[in-house]
Design a protein around this ligand. Structure first.
Ligand SMILES: [Zn+2]
Length: 491
């Protein structure tokens, strides 16, 4: 019944239409194009200042192709459904490609809702052939509109995440910093500071993609603490609300593990007292894996000065210093330093694994002047790297030599050995044991061979019986290492 009723109403209309065409445009009417919009899609609500995509489906429902002269499309933002001078033009574009009869054209139009738009209900009104240049079958079906709620965003953009995370350690040197907000952002005053641990500014480039600001240092970052500051208004949200002050720090750590001498490899895990006291980290595991092959050395820094070498485990039956060296390595991997630190935590891993003082029947601290020995190799590298100071860390049994927690040095020929020992002694309150001439009492000792070669060196001892860890001895040994690094201005 419903359909029949409609037909009855439509039939007279059809006759009227035919009559209108036959009376005005008898010969051309049916061959005109007719543009009409069949669909308009856009978000139902939007913030002023935000960009949106408006999708239009436009058909030529006429019988003819539109001509080459083309026509213009316009998208308005209006507070009502009619177009007048108060309406804002969001988009206008000339279509020059001929439009074939009975074909659709899909348009995806990115438009910016002006940031100063007052809140309220509006209409997006799309008008095809808005200048009425085209002769169409029907000139009155060119408009389609959609309602849209425009709101004002008065909330500043807030941080979603920062990568590297605030306080992050072990950040790689080629890291790009990403600051993500809870909404899309755009360029503000871009007042951004990236400074290293010495307060020096680091050069960078910036890029913004939707809600993320990416800050890319121009050069790889050397090992250091870095602080990123986004001053207020560095970026804004789409409505122009500025970010609040953002400050975040992270640490770039660069280290490498090398095997500097083969034929000394050993499984440190076999020395249960040593192993149980080591920090349980990936870095520790990497070093222990390297120690199976030979003498491992961990380097922090890129070779720039000041350069300091820390050596432990020359005597495989001395436990506190090797544990302290491994703690030092693990802590350095999370710390910013100025310069380069070479740490040899196990001079002879096989001797530490066997809990033995000797290597191939010799006391390693009496053969550092003999080519081919692991201690000689360490000194050769120290010369090669042009290190400014070397500390050799041991432990001494009570009533042994020196028998007490102490810092040993010589004044001649490298007086700096004495100055260094004096400072470490003052910082740690450990005894200072100073001898006049390097090589006189202990020829072939690491410290003496270094001092004779012009590399300022000290021997640091903590009191602990062989193959034991006396209470506090690891901390004492560690503090001696830190005192050396502080004296050399690396920390
Ligand atoms: Zn020793």
């Amino acid at each position: 019944m419903y359909h029949k009723k409609h037909l009855i109403f439509l039939l007279p209309l059809l006759f009227i239409s035919l009559f209108v065409f036959s009376s005005s445009n008898t010969s051309y009417g049916a061959e005109l194009p007719d543009l009409t919009n069949t669909d308009i899609q856009a978000p139902d609500s939007v913030y002023a200042g935000q960009s949106i995509l408006v999708k239009i489906t436009n058909w030529n429902t006429g019988a003819a192709t539109s001509d080459d002269a083309g026509y213009k499309d316009t998208l308005y933002l209006s507070q009502d459904t009619a177009i007048d001078d108060s309406d804002q033009i969001l988009y206008t574009n000339r279509q020059t490609a001929p439009r074939e009869a009975n074909t659709p054209l899909n348009l995806s139009i990115p438009v910016l809702i002006p940031a100063d738009t007052a809140a309220g209900y509006y209409n997006l009104i799309f008008v095809t052939d808005s200048s009425k240049e085209l002769s169409e079958l029907d000139e009155d079906n060119n408009i389609l509109s959609k309602g849209i709620l425009i709101q004002r965003d008065t909330t500043p953009p807030l941080i979603n995440s920062i990568d590297p995370a605030p306080g992050a350690f072990n950040v790689g040197s080629a890291k790009a910093i990403k600051v993500s907000f809870n909404e899309d952002i755009k360029t503000g005053n871009l007042w951004i500071d990236l400074v290293n641990g010495n307060g020096a500014k680091v050069a960078y480039t910036t890029a913004i993609s939707s809600n993320t600001l990416t800050i890319t240092p121009i050069h790889p970052l050397p090992q250091s603490l870095y602080t990123l500051t986004l001053h207020p208004g560095a970026v804004t949200d789409q409505s122009g609300n500025p970010n609040s002050l953002i400050v975040s720090s992270f640490t770039v750590s660069i280290y490498r593990i090398d095997i500097i001498h083969y034929g000394t490899g050993g499984d440190i895990r076999k020395n249960k007292l040593v192993y149980k006291n080591l920090p349980k980290t990936t870095l520790t595991n990497q070093i222990l894996a390297a120690a199976k092959k030979g003498t491992p050395m961990v380097t922090f820094g890129d070779g720039s000065g000041p350069r300091v070498m820390v050596v432990a485990g020359v005597h495989g039956n001395e436990v506190p210093a090797v544990i302290a060296a491994m703690r030092l390595i693990n802590n350095l991997s999370k710390t910013s330093i100025k310069g380069t630190i070479y740490v040899v935590p196990f001079a002879i891993p096989s001797a530490t694994a066997r809990k033995s003082r000797y290597w191939k029947g010799a006391n390693p601290n009496q053969v550092a002047n003999k080519p081919g020995t692991p201690t000689n190799k360490i000194i050769t590298l120290a010369r090669q790297f042009n290190v400014n100071a070397l500390g050799d860390f041991h432990s001494t049994k009570p009533r042994g030599v020196p028998g007490k927690t102490s810092i040993l040095c010589t004044r001649y020929p490298t007086y700096e050995s004495y100055k260094m020992a004096l400072s470490i002694s003052q910082q740690t309150r450990n005894s200072l044991i100073s001898q006049h001439q390097a090589g006189a009492s202990y020829p072939g000792a690491v410290e003496d061979v270094c001092n004779l070669a012009g590399i300022p060196a000290v021997t640091c001892e903590v009191k602990s019986r062989h193959n034991t860890v006396a209470p506090g001895s690891v901390t004492s040994s560690y503090n001696q290492m830190i005192a050396l690094l502080r004296y050399m201005a690396l920390l």
